[in-house]
Design a protein around this ligand. Structure first.
Ligand code: MN
Length: 257
């Protein structure tokens, strides 16, 4: 099996390396990833400047070279599938993101966007994120990667249609704390953003969006998976949400008059 691995946290994260170590046993894994932090860039792509790619051979402990891209996660997947990879991968994996991508995060996440981009090409994509309840906790990417690969293997055994998208979120304190796995719906409960403001050293006023706790949707309208991704993760379950790229709302019809 051929695997493309990318992420949105850039190269200075242990999430990417940890996932690579575990994916090696699943197939030939190629990393094509942004160099810099790209969290919350969503599905952005670079169109008014060229993409520069460096082949780096001292990033991984086994010295397998990686492609480091000055671009976004979606750029990486496009470039990998459209140009760099001679053979199309069987799956694309994005992660492990430092921090959950649940609820409305899905709209802003570069991690999830990479998996969606892969689905647009007809290749099944997996987004993998690890919950980070606060800034002091040390994330155990190594055990999260082990769990993630087990989950990916079992999802592949169920033979999902080509171009499926799975948004996988692992609870923090992985290993001991995992209660089980839940198939979930994306919870679109929304709280208005809060901003802190201040004056920068040059006297300019700024606004900075604050992280706020997530809110669960009161009554889901969906007929599909009923457990919310936010709730499942909070209760210590791994959350797997099947997503789709087509955003059409087929739940009602409009009669133009
Ligand atoms: Mn990120």
């Amino acid at each position: 099996m051929n695997i493309l691995l990318t992420n949105d946290d850039g190269l200075e994260t242990n999430g990417l390396k940890a996932l690579y170590q575990e994916l090696k046993q699943l197939g030939k894994t190629t990393i094509i990833s942004p160099i810099t932090q790209q969290s919350a860039v969503s599905h952005a792509i670079t169109i008014f400047s060229p993409l520069f790619v460096e082949k780096v051979s001292n990033y991984l402990p086994d010295k397998t070279h990686i492609y480091a891209v000055r671009g976004t996660p979606a750029d990486c997947v496009k470039l990998a599938l459209g140009k760099i990879l001679k053979k199309k991968p069987d799956i694309v994996i994005s992660g492990i993101n430092a921090g959950a991508n649940i609820g409305v995060d899905v709209f802003y996440s570069g991690t999830v966007a990479a998996a969606i981009e892969s689905a647009l090409w007809g290749i099944t994509g997996f987004a993998v994120s690890l919950e980070k309840p606060n800034n002091t906790i040390k994330l155990d990417f190594s055990s999260a990667a082990k769990s993630a690969v087990k989950i990916i293997k079992s999802l592949l055994r169920s033979k999902p249609p080509k171009g499926s998208i799975f948004n996988i979120n692992l609870p923090a304190g992985n290993g001991n704390r995992i209660k089980g796995i839940q198939y979930t719906r994306q919870d679109c409960g929304f709280l208005p953003d809060q901003f802190v403001s201040g004056i920068d050293p040059r006297g300019r006023k700024y606004y900075w969006v604050k992280p706020i706790p997530k809110k669960c949707q009161p009554k889901p309208k969906t007929n599909g998976f009923l457990i919310s991704d936010i709730k499942a993760l909070k209760e210590g379950y791994v959350s797997i949400t099947p997503l789709k790229a087509n955003l059409t709302d087929g739940s009602y019809t409009i009669n133009l008059s």
